[in-house]
Design a protein around this ligand. Structure first.
Ligand code: PLP
Length: 285
């Protein structure tokens, strides 16, 4: 089946879809993105993702290319045309096409927008969650403005590749004070031996994950104890459980960190429960 992308106003076969070589997203990574989960053909937590998109765009002074209501229509159409029941929809907005020059182009240059969608293998993801994933730690080496969901992901690419080369799935960044910030493409969590669910505050050092925000609401509703504070890899090694959150993975148990097992080396009870119950607390568009 042909895959379809939306590129600057047109739905195109992915094989023919392209952006101009002077697109600033391509030349300067001057753009932002969002990834939403798709379930039952519907987009998960669209309003929250759009809230973050608007914050990222306004930090970089890029205009929203179309109203959110129109954006929802485009995202739904890309999901529909690609027949995605379970998967992800990807949205990227760059500052647009202009002669290469570091400073911003004239205000007349319109932002570029690209939307793609693809199915994910539900059974495979469930299987991964049933076994849990391994993570490595990696020195924090990103710019400080990680709250902006920019397409400038080179440090994340290199950290993820380092994880792969160590037989792990994710890399957890560790800041100069010895605390875990987040994963290369996920937020990091532990569950203490006393049953408290811990993740770092979104005030510094992390991207404020949408899955993270929904999960914090879920924890309150499920009457699970929650602490927003940093933790070290040492604390994580001694924790009862660990997991990561991201839109494409929801809650993914972590069973080993730097080759040392977490808890009993199996996905934790709380992480499994949160994975099962998560979508009761999300919204569908
Ligand atoms: N942190 C980083 C660096 C990410 O790239 C992501 C997702 O891609 C997340 C956290 C999780 O964010 P969300 O739950 O909104 O997908």
């Amino acid at each position: 089946m042909a895959r379809i992308a939306y590129v600057n106003g047109r739905y195109q076969d992915l094989r023919d879809a392209s952006v101009n070589i002077e697109d600033r997203g391509y030349q300067f990574a001057d753009g932002v993105y969002e990834v939403c989960e798709v379930r039952g053909g519907r987009i998960v937590d669209f309003p929250r993702h759009m809230g973050r998109l608007q914050r990222s765009l306004s930090e970089l002074r890029i205009a929203l290319p179309m109203p959110l209501s129109a954006l929802l229509i485009v995202l739904r159409e890309v999901v529909r045309r690609n027949r995605v029941g379970y998967g992800i929809v990807y949205l990227q907005v760059s500052r647009g096409v202009a002669r290469r020059d570091h400073g911003f182009p004239p205000a007349s240059v319109k932002p570029s927008i690209v939307v793609t969608a693809r199915p994910l293998n539900f059974a495979k993801n469930q299987d991964t969650a049933a076994h849990g994933i391994k993570v490595i730690t990696h020195p924090e080496n990103r710019w400080p403005r990680v709250a902006i969901k920019t397409v400038a992901l080179l440090p994340n690419v290199l950290a993820k590749q380092a994880a792969r080369e160590h037989g792990a799935y994710e890399a957890w960044y560790v800041d100069g004070d010895g605390y875990v910030t987040e994963g290369a493409s996920s937020n990091a969590w532990i569950v203490t031996r006393e049953g408290r669910v811990v993740t770092r505050s979104a005030d510094s050092g992390i991207l404020a994950g949408i899955t993270r925000a929904v999960l914090i609401e879920a924890l309150a509703a499920l009457q699970l104890r929650f602490e927003e504070r940093p933790f070290t890899p040492q604390e994580a090694h001694g924790a009862a459980e660990a997991f990561v959150t991201a839109s494409s993975q929801i809650v993914m148990p972590v069973v080993a960190i730097d080759g040392q097992r977490v808890g009993d080396g199996k996905p934790g009870r709380i992480a499994r429960r949160l994975r099962e119950e998560f979508h009761r607390f999300s919204c569908f568009s």
